[in-house]
Design a protein around this ligand. Structure first.
Ligand SMILES: [Zn+2]
Length: 136
């Protein structure tokens, strides 16, 4: 099975590519081990033009992040904030943990993800209502 050192919820830096993306950091929204790609929040954007197909739907330009290959990004260590490679160490509970090769801190986003999910459940889904602002 293909595996990657980058998981969703990680912060990565884009290390190659166009100038507008290179050197920038963002959060991984989706990690796809099968295609070896990650979708990074706010980076590698493509503009989509969409027509409204119904009265409720809004047309216009939408910016969407496009998947980038994992080899084009570097993981950013959450404790030392440097781009790093990943070491694997055996944790106390017998599970392999990801570790920063530079500062040695364990990189485990699972606990953070759990927290984020709990926080998300509490707050209502955000929705910007444009039609109201336009009418005024
Ligand atoms: Zn580190």
């Amino acid at each position: 099975m293909a595996s990657m050192n980058v998981r969703s919820g990680d912060t990565v830096e884009i290390i190659v590519g166009t100038v507008e993306n290179r050197g920038k950091r963002g959060k991984v929204l989706v990690a796809n081990p099968e295609t070896h790609t990650v979708v990074v929040e706010g980076l590698n954007l493509v503009t989509k033009h969409r027509k409204p197909r119904s009265a409720q739907e809004q047309g216009g330009k939408f910016e969407q992040p496009r998947p980038v290959d994992v080899s084009n990004v570097a993981l950013v260590c959450p404790s030392c904030k440097k781009t790093t490679r990943v070491a694997h160490v055996l944790g106390e509970n017998g599970k392999w943990l990801r570790c920063c090769k530079k500062c040695g801190a364990t990189i485990d986003t699972r606990a953070e993800k759990k927290q984020a999910r709990a926080a998300k459940a509490k707050t209502a889904p955000k929705r910007t209502k444009r039609s109201k602002a336009d009418a005024e």
